[in-house]
Design a protein around this ligand. Structure first.
Ligand SMILES: Cc1ncc(COP(=O)(O)O)c(C=O)c1O
Ligand SMILES: [Zn+2]
Length: 392
């Protein structure tokens, strides 16, 4: 196992405390030797740890993550003009988001290197997941979140698991900068943002599961993009399965951002360099990020896969959230509805399987749905009043 820099192509020895390239500062990627790849033949068990031969650590700290539902969505597919539409419901993970796939691996590594505490900057879900897995491993947790911008459900998770919570008077990007500085000067604190390439190794298992459940690779994977760790991790997973000969082709990676927080979309439309968005804003607080640390990897994933990136408005996000809930019975948080909103706007013609990754559970952000249209009225406790309501 080694670390590779996707920016300057330098390689570095395996080191769980090395988050960024010492030569150029870019986030690193875990690499496996040919021998390690050759040995990755048998996958056993379920969930993330089924893929242990392609993970960087042996001993799991687990809450039963992965193995989430891949739901055929025929009614929604007809609405969007996609004949084979699936939603991968990552809200079925133990803490309600895809972050658990990475955290089970990241916390296992933190324990292995003897860290006393773990830390992250978060728009909510990373802090919820890290706090739960830290509790499981008996480690202290420190989370830095933008003040007043984290959904209530997510904050309550960090609270109940006993994390120390720093509410930063600034954006997620300020929190990210601070926690990175902290991890550099406090070596006993292990950093668990998606800057950490080992955490992303857990997240790539989502790609493996998709290929195994479908019996073929998807033709397109559509997912929300914030700090851009997940799109990078999935693309790495697909490439690894391809190089192992388990799939014969690669999917197109389609990244979706909110209009008020779309630095990756802008970079792709421009010269391919990141221009941070100074004051990102969107109802989808999970992806309210202006300076994604994994931007370079995400751009490579989109370009190399002949994919695309685009934006949706907050209104489109909330409408798509309701549409998915009402047509398919799946309640996802606003960020997770962005892919549906994008397919609705874009009307892509894709005959093969299209997978939307629903990254987080809708229960995490109940306030987001308070404005949805619904027949709801306060009535007297008598039958006539009930009948009047259903007749209206
Ligand atoms: C629900 C949800 N969707 C999408 C994302 C974006 O993932 P990434 O930061 O890996 O791009 C996040 C990140 O916090 C999230 O919580
Ligand atoms: Zn480098």
């Amino acid at each position: 196992m080694l670390l590779r820099c996707p920016a300057c192509e330098a390689t570095h020895p395996h080191d769980p405390m090395l988050y960024a390239c010492p030569r150029c500062g870019a986030p690193l990627e875990v690499g496996y030797s040919e021998e390690e790849m050759r040995r990755a033949t048998a996958f056993e068990g379920r969930g993330v740890w089924r893929y242990r031969p392609l993970l960087p650590v042996d001993r799991a700290v687990t809450l039963g993550e992965g193995d989430t539902g891949l739901h055929v969505c025929e009614r929604l597919g007809r609405e969007l003009g996609i004949p084979r539409l699936y939603v991968k419901n990552e809200g079925e993970n133990p803490t309600g988001s895809f972050k658990d796939r990475g955290m089970t691996v990241g916390i296992a590594l933190a324990a292995a290197v003897g860290a006393r505490a773990v830390a992250c900057a978060s728009t909510g879900n990373t802090s919820a997941s890290m706090s739960a897995y830290a509790a499981r491993a008996g480690l202290k947790a420190l989370v830095l979140v933008p003040a007043d911008k984290v959904a209530a459900g997510k904050l309550s998770q960090a609270l109940v698991h006993g994390a120390v919570i720093a509410e930063i008077e600034g954006s997620f990007d300020d929190a990210m900068r601070l926690v990175t500085e902290l991890a550099v000067c406090e070596r006993s604190v292990y950093l668990l943002n998606s800057l950490n390439p080992y955490r992303l190794e857990g997240q790539k298992t989502l790609a493996f599961e998709l290929c195994e459940t479908l019996g073929e690779p998807p033709e397109a994977v559509v997912l929300p993009v914030g700090n851009a760790g997940n799109i990078s991790a999935l693309w790495k997973g697909f490439r690894e399965f391809h190089s192992l000969g388990r799939i014969g082709r690669l999917p197109r990676m389609i990244g979706v951002q909110a209009e008020g927080a779309a630095p990756i979309v802008r970079a792709l439309r421009g010269h391919g360099d990141l221009e941070p968005v100074p004051r990102p804003e969107t109802v989808a607080t999970a992806i309210r990020i202006g300076a994604p640390v994994n931007w370079r990897k995400a751009i490579a994933a989109i370009r190399d896969s002949e994919g695309e990136a685009g934006t949706v408005t907050d209104r489109e996000i909330l409408d798509a959230q309701t549409l998915l809930a009402r047509l398919e019975g799946l309640f996802v948080e606003p960020a997770s509805a962005a892919p549906i909103a994008y397919l609705r706007r874009r009307r892509l013609e894709v005959p093969g399987p299209v997978v939307c990754v629903a990254t987080g559970n809708g229960l995490k952000d109940p306030d987001a749905v308070l404005g949805v249209p619904v027949l709801r009225e306060r009535i007297h406790p008598d039958l006539a009043a009930v009948r009047r309501l259903i007749g209206s």
